[in-house]
Each structure stands twice: as structure tokens, then as C-alpha cells.
Design a protein around this ligand. Structure first.
Ligand code: 5GP
Ligand code: MN
Length: 342
């Protein structure tokens, strides 16, 4: 059966189904919020949903309702494989191509025989059976809200669903301040609060849970900040030694790139983080105005994302990566200088 339209999906989900829900590798607030939000909704509808998370997610998301029921593909591999194999449908949330779940899990998903349903806000998604793709949306969590609306079930919102969706909208919009935040986003948020999302508590759970080490690492990152006014660019580096010296744990570098973007006049920001385990330099890009870091990351750093927030990687050393980056700044000087439109 090919489920292309929401009508077909709705009919399919009229009877209880085994559903697997997957987010991208290195899950963030939006991926975790969306997968768990959909999990609670489908459970309430009488289905048997299982969230399969590719790998570790940050500690500041462990409080999310339902997170303890998720399977980690890297840890609980046989349970995860079994859940995937036996499912009637798989939802792919907050990513646009199967390789974004990581190598091993990608191979498993590629063997899957039934339909995939994609709900995502990244650009240029691959083709799956059911596609709800909207690159204007601030977050996949807002799309899950609209998906539940499309299913005619918005009355089923409860505090678990609302808390999960609130979290992803909050983290993907930088607490409701990025350009993608619309009046509709605020209406959705208001409805989520009315249905049990405790906004002050969620902010505190996510943002007020820094370890001493994370703050020390932030200090290191800020002292590594370089500003290149001639390119309206600022960047930060973090080496493996610096991470180790500050007891780095996953999630500690989340959001640090935004400090580089907050420098007056800067429209392009990057953070380069050495990852010994994967033998890469992991990069996050942020921009303001018309300079597309999605295109930049796709073209030069084997990555992608959104126009103003993207990521990628480099197989070169840190020094070589920085030389490549600076050469690219020179090549893109005109676009950088003229990007800032506000
Ligand atoms: P972050 O910098 O917060 O990790 O990611 C910013 C955005 O870029 C997110 O939407 C994320 O999905 C996307 N992104 C990050 N890294 C990669 C990557 O290596 N490849 C692709 N295609 N997208 C990425
Ligand atoms: Mn997202």
C-alpha cells in the first residue's frame, strides 16, 4: 500500500498499528520533542508506537515525558531492529534523507518494506510515501501540531504531547526569536500552554541545567572566538583537548555558535568542533539575511540544513579546515558584505 495523502494515512491509522518513529542522529530538542510528541498522540489513539533514537541525546532532554521508553539504536540494537522490521509504518521526523540517521541505522531502514511518512522542515527532502514537508516552518514540532490538526484530533492534546512539542518549538526558534517564528507559532504555543505545557518549567529544564564543565567550556569557546569584520564573520573553535579538559559531555556545545552570531555586524557565524571518535571536524553554521548557510554547507562541507542554520563536516585537520573556510570567505566576500538586510 502506498500512503500518499493525509486521507489515506488517516484511514490506515483508523485501526491499531505498530508504528516506529525516528528522528535524526545526534537528536536535538526538535527531534526529541517531535518523536515523543507523536509517540504520545499515537499511543492515545490506540496504536503501538516505538521511538527509535539513533544515538545519545543531551541530558537536558532526558526529562521529556516518554524518553525512558525510547530505544537507542546503538545500544539496544536488536530490539530496535525488531521494532523497525515489525512495524506497519515508519515516521521520519526532523530530517530529510536517510543518511541523517547514521550509517548502521540507514542500512536497516533501507531494507524496510512498508511505507515511510516524512514530517520535516529541512530543504530538499528525499521522496517518501507520505510527505509533509514545509521549509517555512520553524520546527518539526510545530508541524506535528498541525499534523494532529490535519488528523482531526487536536482535541487530544494533553500535557505530555504539549510539553514535548513546546520543547522543540522553543529550541528550534532560539526561544521564539528566529525569523521562522510567526504569529501562528505563537498561537500554537499559546494552545500548548493552555493544554498543559508548563513553559517556565520547560525553559528551566532545558536552559538552567548547565554543569560547571559546560560553563568552563563556554568560557574556552568564547576566548577562542575570532572576528573577521571584513567578511562580517565570526567563528569559534574547540579542540578535543579543550573538550576533555572541561569534562565535555554530549550537548555541551549546543547553542555556543550563537555567541559568534551575536557579535555586532556579524552575519555569518561558525563553530568548528574536533571529534576524535568520528575523526572529523563537526561544523555548525548560522547566518543572518540572505547568505544561505544551507547552500554553503552543502557545497563545501558535505552538510546542509536551513538557509540561516546548517551544519556540516570536514575530514581535514582543524588548521586545514580553517584555511579552507577562510579561502571560501574570500570567494564569497560580495555575498557576505551584502547579505545583512535589516
Ligand atoms: P546544528 O548546527 O544545530 O547541529 O544544526 C543546524 C541545522 O543544520 C539543523 O537543522 C541540522 O539538522 C542541520 N545539520 C547539522 N549538521 C548537518 C549535517 O552534517 N548534514 C546536514 N544535511 N544537515 C545538518
Ligand atoms: Mn528541527
Amino acid at each position: 500500500m502506498i500512503l500518499k495523502q493525509i486521507k489515506e494515512l488517516k484511514t490506515f491509522l483508523d485501526t491499531p498499528k505498530r508504528v516506529v518513529i525516528v528522528g535524526h542522529r545526534n537528536p536535538d530538542g526538535d527531534a526529541m520533542g517531535a518523536t515523543l510528541g507523536l509517540f504520545h498522540y499515537l499511543k492515545k489513539k490506540g496504536h503501538k508506537p516505538t521511538v527509535v533514537v539513533p544515538n545519545e541525546y543531551p541530558k537536558f532532554l532526558h526529562w521529556l515525558p516518554g524518553s525512558k521508553k525510547t530505544f537507542r539504536f546503538d545500544w539496544q540494537n536488536s530490539q530496535s531492529q525488531k521494532a523497525i522490521k515489525n512495524s506497519d509504518i515508519i515516521f521520519l521526523l526532523d530530517f530529510n534523507a536517510l543518511h541523517r540517521v547514521g550509517h548502521d541505522m540507514q542500512s536497516t531502514l533501507e531494507k524496510y518494506q512498508n511505507d515511510f511518512a516524512l514530517i520535516d522542515h529541512h530543504q530538499e527532502p528525499d521522496e517518501f510515501a507520505y510527505m509533509y514537508s514545509d521549509t517555512e516552518m520553524c520546527s518539526t514540532c510545530q508541524m506535528i501540531y498541525h499534523f494532529i490538526e490535519k488528523m482531526g484530533d487536536i482535541h487530544l492534546l494533553d500535557s505530555d504531547i504539549a510539553s514535548c512539542l513546546y520543547t522543540g518549538i522553543m529550541t528550534d526558534t532560539g526561544s521564539f526569536r528566529f525569523r521562522s517564528t510567526t504569529s501562528l507559532t505563537h498561537k500554537v504555543i499559546a494552545h500548548l500552554i493552555d493544554n498543559g505545557a508548563e513553559n517556565h518549567r520547560i525553559h528551566s529544564n532545558v536552559y538552567d541545567s548547565s554543569s560547571f564543565g559546560r560553563l568552563q567550556l563556554l568560557g574556552q569557546a568564547l576566548s577562542n572566538l575570532k572576528v573577521l569584520p571584513e567578511y562580517k564573520t565570526a567563528y569559534i573553535t574547540l579542540t578535543e583537548d579543550e573538550k576533555e579538559a572541561n569534562n565535555f559531555v554530549k550537548g555541551d556545545t549546543e547553542g555556543i555558535v550563537n555567541y559568534a552570531l551575536s557579535v555586532e555586524g556579524v552575519i555569518l557565524a561558525a563553530i568548528f568542533i574536533e571529534d576524535k571518535e568520528q575523526q572529523i571536524i563537526k561544523i555548525s553554521f548560522r547566518s543572518k539575511g540572505t547568505f544561505s548557510v544551507n547552500k554553503f554547507a552543502r557545497k563545501h562541507f558535505n552538510g546542509g540544513g536551513h538557509d540561516n542554520a546548517s551544519g556540516g563536516k570536514s575530514d581535514l585537520s582543524m588548521d586545514e579546515t580553517l584555511i579552507k573556510f577562510c579561502d571560501l570567505l574570500e570567494d564569497n566576500k560580495e555575498q557576505l558584505i551584502h547579505s545583512y538586510d535589516s
